[in-house]
Design a protein around this ligand. Structure first.
Ligand SMILES: N[C@@H](CCC(=O)N[C@@H](CS)C(=O)NCC(=O)O)C(=O)O
Length: 203
């Protein structure tokens, strides 16, 4: 059976859990990571030398990097649904997955971490972080103006990596200017039981 090693509160683990539930997969999850003190043991590092979560073990096949895991599971179990078989459609989707990691994520974490810092930066610095993040959101907002989900009329693996960021961003004590399509998309995701259970209700 598929094993998922990672704590439920980890955003990157939430991607994998949401993905598995959308695909209707059976799995066993084991708590690893912050608070459990077990992700720097020799046994865990032998699976994932980064000492980070999530890691999966699928019939002996070990994989880490959350977006790589989502791609693998969708290609294996969701070909024609979450993962399109056509090469160009798939490349389009994988581009958004990479954009989440390389563009949106660093800007989100710069703001998120600053707001959670007991000694936060001053207002001008916070405004600059918000503006940089908004510039990235605007790109996604324009994409979501075209169809209800990132890559079309239905959920695909393009949407999955964004789960914890869009959820946590909507809970930040900030004004979210414009970005109506991102808001409607988030509300749409919240209607999905698998998203509610693995992301919305966990935070
Ligand atoms: N690029 C990696 C990042 C993994 C990562 O940073 N995971 C965080 C949790 S979201 C982690 O392991 N934090 C340390 C911990 O939980 O002990 C991925 O996407 O899987």
């Amino acid at each position: 059976m598929l094993k998922i090693l990672g704590r439920k509160s980890s955003g990157n683990t939430q991607k994998v859990l949401w993905c598995c539930d959308e695909l209707g997969l059976a799995y066993q999850r084991e708590d690893y990571g912050r608070g459990f003190g077990n992700n720097h043991t020799p046994a865990y590092l032998a699976l994932n030398p980064n000492g980070r979560v999530p890691t999966i073990v699928d019939d002996g096949f070990v994989l880490w990097e959350s977006n790589a895991i989502v791609r693998y599971l969708c290609a294996k179990h969701g070909l024609g649904t979450l993962c399109p078989p056509e090469l160009q459609r798939r490349a389009d989707i994988e581009r958004w997955m990479d954009w989440q990691q390389t563009t949106l994520r660093p800007r989100f974490h710069a703001l998120y971490d600053a707001l959670r810092n007991p000694d936060p930066p001053g207002e001008p610095a916070l405004e600059a972080l918000k503006a940089a993040l908004d510039d990235a959101w605007k790109i996604l907002d324009a994409q979501l103006a075209r169809h209800p989900f990132i890559a079309g009329a239905s959920l695909t693996m393009a949407d999955i990596p964004f789960c914890y960021i869009v959820n946590r961003w909507h809970r930040l004590p900030i004004e979210r200017r414009g970005l109506a399509n991102v808001k409607t998309w988030y509300e749409r995701l919240c209607e999905r039981p698998a998203f509610r259970h693995n992301v919305y209700e966990v935070g």
